[in-house]
Design a protein around this ligand. Structure first.
Ligand code: ZN
Length: 251
């Protein structure tokens, strides 16, 4: 049996037994991992606060047979507002689900850890949750090695004219008109959308709120990034359906 420490964000929890939970964490040191939090559903349990979804917590764990167990934890930031407002909650659930579904256990990546923390901060009191999510999707895809090619044609590497472009999730970026036939599912994008995608890849998170996007650009970015993610996802996300209902005003 050995003890180790990690700094982590709780991606989700699942009830287990009478008073226990299994939590999925994304840690700075070891990437994604699952652990048992014994007794953490009892009121006043010392593990209760630090094991709520989206909590940023320091954990002391021990590994033995079966799943690792949480021995102690110290809450650093609860992000509790993300468990209250419907829109923030849905957005945070979506972010957490992408980490859970697209990342294998045991792949440590500090940049992914800091992106997660950064996005949770941005979601608190965000005026433009959609734009925060587009920022997140692009940066997340980039860190996983799927950064969309936006400077040259993703198929022939040729120069791109501004006016006539399509984006292909299968080929990994923009296509010049000569290459449109390479992917029938490639979708047209206007110059404003291309510009906004480039900005989101470069902008510092603290300046995100100065960006403004019109309805067309938003629609195109969302559709393009959704297709991009779906191409890489093993299954439909639960939170994605909820997010769509919310956006369409059906909730
Ligand atoms: Zn081309």
């Amino acid at each position: 049996m050995s003890l180790y420490r990690v700094e982590a964000v709780v991606l989700n929890h699942r009830y287990f037994g009478e008073a226990d939970k299994i939590v999925t964490l994304y840690s700075r040191e070891k990437g994604k991992l699952k652990a048992v939090a014994r007794g953490s559903r009892r009121p006043r349990n010392r593990l209760l606060a630090g094991t709520q979804p989206y909590s940023h917590t320091e954990f002391l764990l021990f590994s033995g047979k079966g799943l690792d167990q949480i021995s102690q934890c110290e809450l650093k930031e609860s992000f509790y507002t993300l468990r209250e407002g419907l829109e923030e909650m849905t957005a945070a659930a979506y972010v957490a689900e992408l980490y859970d579904v697209l990342i294998e256990e045991g792949e440590g990546n500090e940049e992914l850890f800091y992106l997660l923390l950064c996005v949770l901060h941005l979601l608190i009191g965000a005026k433009d949750i959609d734009l925060v999510l587009r920022f997140f999707e692009l940066r997340f895809l980039s860190l996983l090695g799927y950064r969309p090619q936006l400077i040259r044609c993703a198929h022939c590497d040729g120069h791109l004219e501004k006016e006539q472009l399509k984006i292909s999730s299968r080929l990994g970026g923009l296509l010049c008109p000569h290459c449109w036939g390479q992917d029938e599912q490639a979708r047209p994008v206007c110059p404003g959308t291309v510009e906004m995608l480039k900005q989101l890849l470069l902008i510092s998170p603290s300046r995100l709120r100065v960006l403004r996007a019109g309805a067309k650009v938003r629609r195109e970015m969302e559709a393009a990034l959704r297709a991009y993610l779906e191409f890489r996802l093993p299954r439909e996300l639960k939170s994605q359906r909820f997010l769509s209902l919310l956006q369409d005003g059906e909730l």
